[in-house]
Design a protein around this ligand. Sequence first.
Ligand code: FE2
Length: 551
Amino acid sequence: MPETMLKKISSAQLSCLQKFGKRIANMSMQMAVFDQTGNCIMHFPAGEDESPNELAEYLITANQNSSDNNNEITGKNSVFTVALKDQQDVVATLIVDASDIVITPDQGIIDFCQTNNVNLEDLTEVVNSSLRNSCYTEDILNDFIVEFDEAEKVSQQFEMIGSELARTYEELVLLYNMSTNMKVTQSNATYLQRACDQITQRVAVEGIAIYLEKKDSFGESLLLTAGSGLVSIEQEMADILLMHLTEELEDDRDALLDSNIDSPFKYSWPDAVKNIIAVPLMGNEKIFGFMVATNIMNKPDFDSNEVKLFSSVANQCAVFVDNGKLFSDIKELFIGSLKALTSSIDAKDQYTRGHSERVAFISRWIAERYSERYPLEEEYVHKVYLAGLLHDIGKIGIPETVLCKNGKLDENERKQIQSHPKIGATILSEIKQMSEVLQGALCHHERADGKGYPEGLVADEIPLIGKIISLADAFDAMTSRRIYRDAMDIDHAISQIEEGIETQFDEKTARVFLDSDIKKLWAIIQDGFIESWDYSNFTEYGALAVGALLR
Ligand SMILES: [Fe+2]
């Protein structure tokens, strides 16, 4: 069969023709189907001996009679021609020769004749003669045409259901991928960018973006958090867009859809926008952001399919952002608890107030600079910070009378004080993700020359985290006032560290620290960490550091 025909007649219609042809052949009629170039594509009775040439002669008449009416039947000398149409296009011509129509008597007729003493052959002849002179053939052709049209409709419905299923499945896969990638330790920007990328793999648009509301000291504003392409939505347009989206939602619509394809824009947009869709990101029945896309490609306009897909993805994004807020609250609560705990330990002695927080900051300072020279994982730096914060947690087990003793410690008291790294390690061992933090607390009184405690480790037997905390602890102790001495000035503290290289301190760690801008570090500490340092406050950075424990 020519390829052009395959495109015109659906497989459902072909099978319908095959079925009808067999029925025609059973009644001793002939049938042929011709394509638009006059080729016979099917004939009955089947077989090479049966040539449809005589039926082909009727093609010219059939084509002449083909009118605008669907499936016109033309009859002449017991030959009927039908122009088979799909919509308004003739796709084939069906020709049926009914001149030899014969109905073979079935068992019912045979029984009837026997019961009623009727001659079977006479009855059959009467019936067949009547059939040849009646509209019987035209009736069965009409029935067939209805079936033929129906077959195409059913086939189209199947195709629609199939493509709807395929679209729903793709949507399901997209949402599944989005939910399996929902790791609360991921940033909003990373997750939302992935959502934008995944949706644009399925719906080609010129621009896509997600805006989230951000609260700061100036109030609430919309922040472009993710997106790509020619968005054509300037920052100032974001507020207007949110206002229009809110209006649409108040009118019980699921999304803002606007275009100038079939009618003028409802709202005014920048010139580059031809059509636009926006869906909300909501939590607790409040909009806290939206996803917007402009200028769909490969089709004229956004429609209900895109509304459904964008809304599903935006809901997923909203769940992620909401979970992230909850996660952030819990992290802040946790870091707040750690700070409260360490502060209560520091507060036992008036000379160590704020010590743990300062050691945490100095440790982070050293680790960041160490990483510039000998790269470290970012998460390791966070753990160094937490170790600095928790390094003296073991002091919780030491009586205040010993901790704050004003005078020389006896042997027993010295042993009690020196037990705090081990007590700290025991406490932290309860949390398995704290294993590196534990090393910091355990080893912060070890010395490079092996004269430290609790194990007397030498040089590189001491883990890096221990070396860093030890240096930060010593620097803060030197620069803080003690009951038995005033605080050293910075230059004095620096020279003490220089002198302590390879005895008290690890050389690499100490060199990194001494090469850094210690004066600046000192200024930040003196200002109570007011200066913004990537993260504006203790809680924000602390929460980030706690996140490192969860990866
Ligand atoms: Fe200590």
